[in-house]
Design a protein around this ligand. Structure first.
Ligand code: IMP
Length: 430
């Protein structure tokens, strides 16, 4: 089967970008299926580090075509900047190579204003969104008032549609949130300009993919965010507004069920989260600082999109088991094993406790994790540098034991392990 799907198994930021980069070496098409520029995917090639928000990370390779599917919400300003950044770096992007679904939805300044107003109004119950207008853009979509990219192709009706969309949001901003209204005409003019630049990229993505899959061309579907941020299956309401889980790839690209081969869950060797919401294995103090890094390196635990320090903790295998189930994972790709070097002992959450009850599975999904206390297994750490290791058998025995324990607890084989940010710092396990 020619379709592989890469999903985040945690709360996003698992290092999907670099795994996509690795796996897309053999892909004909790389395809992004959900979210918007709330995502930040970092790919490091030599001295260069690329931060991508919308265009699939696999585009750094010269051969695959790139697709942005209907499941994505797209801020045109960010898209155009990203195209420019890639071109400056010598990466070929044109409408032959990059195709964007006519059914993807646009994010506008009105969505950004609503996101900020809604977060402010939530007070102590705020979600900690990336303030990129994601939730309001998906709300427009599901309330059937959204602006689809396809509308950009007819200049006059598009101008009127943008103007009327801003007028509708203005009423909400002033009546519900007491926020200054935006200028509908100025925004419509601005979007006319984006339409001229983006229209050549608009394509029948489902048709393009269907033909490619039928001909056996390899497609790599790249999710943004992670399983625990899934609107339906994550830690609701502290979630994003799309479906990052594997079935979201089929809906968000418009491809059928029969093409899928591998479903690769990317997980860090520990756990991180940005934004609010429950996090049973969260750590504070020196250990947290040790896992997070200081922010000096691009791979330290600070948000690619917002720069916020990520919350960090021990790996939670109850949640990983859940991710394996929801996505139907066929394998795991584990990132940042090198960060654990020198930490001894290591802990892994194997189950939860509430009073005398032990839970190895979540009884009602992850929405309310607050009553659960993690039960940890302690494992010996390792002290030798693993960043130059390229074969399973060359890993320290304690590192192998750590990985084997994760396989057992998640019920999923680990096929890839990254031991540093560079492309080549990966161990493939057959
Ligand atoms: P939104 O997607 O901006 O609405 O944010 C909703 C929640 O998802 C917040 O907790 C964000 O921090 C989180 N979130 C959104 N995108 C990402 C991501 O790419 N990585 C990690 N967390 C994310």
């Amino acid at each position: 089967m020619p379709l592989d799907i890469i999903v985040g198994s945690q709360w996003g930021d698992e290092g999907k970008g670099r795994m996509v980069d690795l796996l897309s070496a053999g892909a004909d098409i790389v395809a992004r299926y959900n979210g918007g520029d709330n995502a930040g995917h970092t790919v490091t090639v030599g001295a260069r580090s690329f931060q991508l928000h919308l265009i699939p990370s696999g585009v750094i390779h010269p051969q695959p075509a790139a697709v942005i599917g209907n499941g994505v919400v797209l801020n045109p300003v960010v898209l155009l900047k990203e195209i420019e950044m890639l071109r400056q770096a010598g990466i070929h992007i044109d409408p032959e190579r990059l195709k964007i679904s006519h059914a993807a939805h646009l994010i506008t300044p009105a969505h950004l204003a609503l996101d900020a107003a809604q977060e402010a109004a939530r007070g102590g119950r705020k979600i900690g969104t990336t303030l990129r207008g994601i939730g309001p853009a998906y709300t427009s979509k599901t309330s059937r008032q959204g602006l689809r990219l396809g509308e950009m192709r007819s200049a006059e009706t598009f101008h009127a549609a943008v103007r009327s969309h801003v007028q509708v949001v203005n009423r909400q901003l002033s009546r519900l949130f007491d926020v200054e209204p935006l200028d509908p005409e100025a925004i419509a003019d601005e979007y006319d300009d984006y339409a001229r630049q983006i229209t050549p990229y608009i394509a029948d993505v489902t048709g393009f993919l269907s033909e490619a899959l039928t001909r056996g061309r390899r497609v790599l579907a790249e999710g943004a965010q992670g399983t625990l941020l899934d609107l339906d299956h994550g830690t609701y309401p502290f979630v994003t507004s799309s479906n990052p889980t594997a079935p979201g790839a089929l809906v968000g690209l418009g491809v059928g069920l029969g093409h899928v081969e591998r479903v690769i869950g990317v997980t860090k060797a520990f756990q991180t989260r940005v934004g609010e919401g429950p996090f049973p294995t969260e750590l504070h103090g020196d250990l947290a600082t040790r896992l997070r890094g200081t922010g000096e390196n691009p791979w330290d635990e600070f948000g690619t999109t917002t720069g916020r320090p990520r919350r960090v903790g021990w790996l939670d295998c109850v949640l990983l088991r859940y991710a394996a189930r929801i996505n139907g994972l066929t394998e795991l790709a584990l990132t940042k094993l090198d960060i654990l070097t020198g930490l001894d002992p290591l802990k892994i959450c194997t189950a939860y406790r509430v009073g005398d009850e032990i839970y190895e599975q979540l009884p009602y999904g992850p929405s309310d994790l607050s009553p659960f206390e993690p039960i940890y297994a302690e494992l010996p750490g390792w002290h030798s540098d693993v960043s130059e290791v390229r074969r399973w058998e060359d890993l320290p025995e304690e590192a192998r034991a750590y990985l084997l324990r994760i396989e057992t607890l998640s019920g999923t084989p680990i096929r890839l392990v990254s031991v540093g940010p560079e492309r080549h710092q990966v161990i493939e396990i057959s």
